[in-house]
Design a binder for this molecule. Structure first.
Ligand SMILES: [Zn+2]
Length: 309
């Protein structure tokens, strides 16, 4: 093929494949606009990197609204995005249970940061089998530690941006400190006897520990393990004995499991309402308040408080 024909073909392929394929690259691994190209797994991690990275970092989230990270498998497009990233952020602690090998492979080529795994171990919750609970974002004060981890990782990759990352991290930490106070104050308005949060899976352990609410999930800390009839019966017993008013569905878990709880309680003569939808392992739709981490936490707090108070 002649030189000019090759060029035309290359340009055409770029237009067809779009920016995600890495066209318009000025230097290897750098977007044409000079921003750092970061890929994050969950929406929560992506939002964190966006807040700290500001205008210096272009962030792509692999998992959209309603996507369950425990069950998520990377597509070919996701693999391409990971390969073209200069830095990869993920939650870790096996939240992304089916991406372990891929993330390990990425770590050989580029900074690949598991934010939850850099939180001091003594602050983590352990499940019954000694496995750490990965849902650290539900304790806002723990997520503030993740802000520092992202800041330091970006500074290491892009030292010229140090002052920007430090400034952004400080501002965002303030916002999260305010959010932490809000959550605590709101949940304190629920009478102590009614502070029981029943959901589809055990995502809210850190939330319960931080804000003083007992949490019970039908499935364990991973949705990869199915629940059994014994789990269902135990939770129905709890609903009936404690006269719990409401249970909650999760945006990233099918609602049928929670509906089974409502039916089970009804069969025993106890009416339980569905208190609303919580965002547990995924953010809400982009452009809505729940499409950000802070909005997601606020939505959950308000929904829980309204249903249980
Ligand atoms: Zn989960």
């Amino acid at each position: 093929m002649r030189q000019w024909a090759r060029l035309v073909l290359a340009v055409w392929l770029c237009v067809a494949a779009g920016a995600a394929a890495g066209c318009g690259t000025s230097r290897a691994g750098e977007p044409a606009d000079g921003r750092i190209r970061a890929v994050a797994t969950t929406g929560m991690v992506a939002d964190l990197v966006r807040n700290v990275g500001g205008g210096r970092v272009a962030v792509t989230a692999l998992m959209g609204p309603g996507v369950d990270p425990h069950l998520f498998k990377a597509s070919e497009g996701d693999m391409a995005r990971l390969q073209q990233a200069q830095i990869v952020f993920y939650n870790g602690l096996h939240l992304e249970g089916r991406m372990g090998d891929i993330l390990e492979k990425m770590a050989r080529d580029k900074p690949t940061v598991a934010v939850a795994e850099r939180i001091p171990e003594e602050l983590l919750l352990m499940a019954e089998d000694g496995v750490p609970d990965p849902h650290v974002w539900f304790d806002v004060s723990l997520w503030m530690l993740a802000v520092d981890i992202v800041r330091d990782s970006l500074i290491e990759l892009d030292p010229a941006g140090r002052s920007v990352y430090e400034q952004n991290a400080a501002v965002y930490r303030e916002e999260l400190a305010e959010l932490d106070r809000y959550a605590r104050a709101q949940l304190n308005t629920v009478p102590a006897g009614r502070r029981v949060l029943v959901t589809a899976h055990d995502a809210f352990g850190y939330f319960g520990r931080a804000y003083g609410i007992e949490v019970r999930g039908l499935q364990g800390i991973s949705t990869a393990t199915e629940y059994g009839l014994a789990d269902l019966r135990q939770l129905v017993d709890l609903l009936v004995e404690r006269q719990i008013k409401a249970v909650f569905i999760e945006s990233s878990v099918p609602r049928s499991s929670v509906e089974a709880l409502v039916e089970g309680a009804a069969a025993r003569g106890h009416a339980v309402a569905i208190g609303g939808e919580l965002f547990s392992d995924a953010l809400g739709a982009e452009g809505t308040p729940e499409g950000t981490y802070a909005g997601m936490i606020r939505h959950n707090v308000d929904t829980i408080v309204a249903a249980l108070r």
